[in-house]
Ligand binder design. Sequence first.
Ligand SMILES: NC(=O)c1ccc[n+]([C@@H]2O[C@H](COP(=O)([O-])OP(=O)(O)OC[C@H]3O[C@@H](n4cnc5c(N)ncnc54)[C@H](O)[C@@H]3O)[C@@H](O)[C@H]2O)c1
Length: 379
Amino acid sequence: MKTFRFGVIGCGLMGREFASTAARWMHLTDAKARPEIVAVCDTNTELMAWFQTHVPSVRQATTDYRELLANPEVDAIYCAVPHVLHAEFYTDIIKAGKHLLGEKPFGMDLSQNKAIMAVLAEHPDLIVRCSSEMPFFPGAQKVVAMAASGEMGDILEVEAGFLHSSDIDPDKPINWKRMEHVNGAYGCMGDLGMHVLHVPLRLGWRPDTLHANLVKRITERPDGKGNRVPCTTWDNATISSRVRTADQDFPLVLKTWRIAPGESNTWYIRILGMKKSAFFSTKQPRQWQWMDYQGSTQSWNTEDLGYGSVFPAITGKIFEFGFADAIQQMWAAFVDELAGGTANGFPCASPAEAAAHHAVLTAALQSGLENRVVSVDYD
Ligand SMILES: NC(=O)c1ccc[n+]([C@@H]2O[C@H](COP(=O)([O-])OP(=O)(O)OC[C@H]3O[C@@H](n4cnc5c(N)ncnc54)[C@H](O)[C@@H]3O)[C@@H](O)[C@H]2O)c1
């Protein structure tokens, strides 16, 4: 099996998820290739030490990502650093000729995303994708397949959301994700926007106008050193948009909420059509629901799916699928593309999709600030 040698830049929450997924690559039954992490970079040396302890293939550990990029052993990069660093790091990674799975939002704002896209245009040979794992849940795949079949009839409404609640605690210490100068002016939309837009954009559903309600409830947080400091990011965003395609015209509602009482990591999508409707939420991770209206009974069906993954795995189909599995499926899609495959028909979010999501979030930010309907500019 071909091996792609990876460098990980940013060894925090998500960097370690990749290490875990790569370590259990034997979980996948027909992978064409596998990732091997050979180099790591973080300014926090304790986190690099974690990699050196748990990932025996790591041969380079550096606090300077440029040293990692100069390593000829490294074929591809996973970059999971704070948003303010995306543009500089991603453009340097691409210029170094390395394939890249970059974390969302793929640039802290529109201009930084454009800078990444400009450099990428000069390196069409590289496989570059944006991280977004939730659509790899089997239930999400069922919803996508039903929508793509064109059998749902006239779409009445689509709602997609990502809901968290830990920020409801005003005493939760601040981190970079609540600082506008590090996380970006999008706030919660930059954290969660790619997650909620990935499927609509994949289905060709681009909002052309929108109105956003932005909510900022927590304005200060403890800094962990006995002080309270400004908490500057938007907590919640509800975007009400309009999608017009050649044969559809419907509302698309997007919710990116950091303060959604009771929710821990709920990603969901609901598509309501005149003929068929479908719903999946990670709250019930093994189930999806759908309705097939034939002119008489209106009855929602619920199906337990188990482990019916895009990339086959050793887990029996009766067993449950979870977050770590979605991460691994996303990685399987990326590595499959590196190996010349088609990602079994569902590639990771593309740079073009990430750019389109920036267009939507930029319009949403403007709309929220000015409280008016804004057209989305995809130029
Ligand atoms: N796909 C998902 O589900 C998901 C979930 C959470 C976060 N993310 C994204 O992943 C990225 C990172 O988020 P995280 O939660 O892992 O954050 P994190 O804070 O846990 O990790 C970021 C790491 O980057 C390191 N870092 C900071 N400056 C650096 C520098 N100059 N050079 C090298 N390393 C540096 C930090 O020390 C830290 O370890 C963000 O883009 C975020 O939006 C994605």
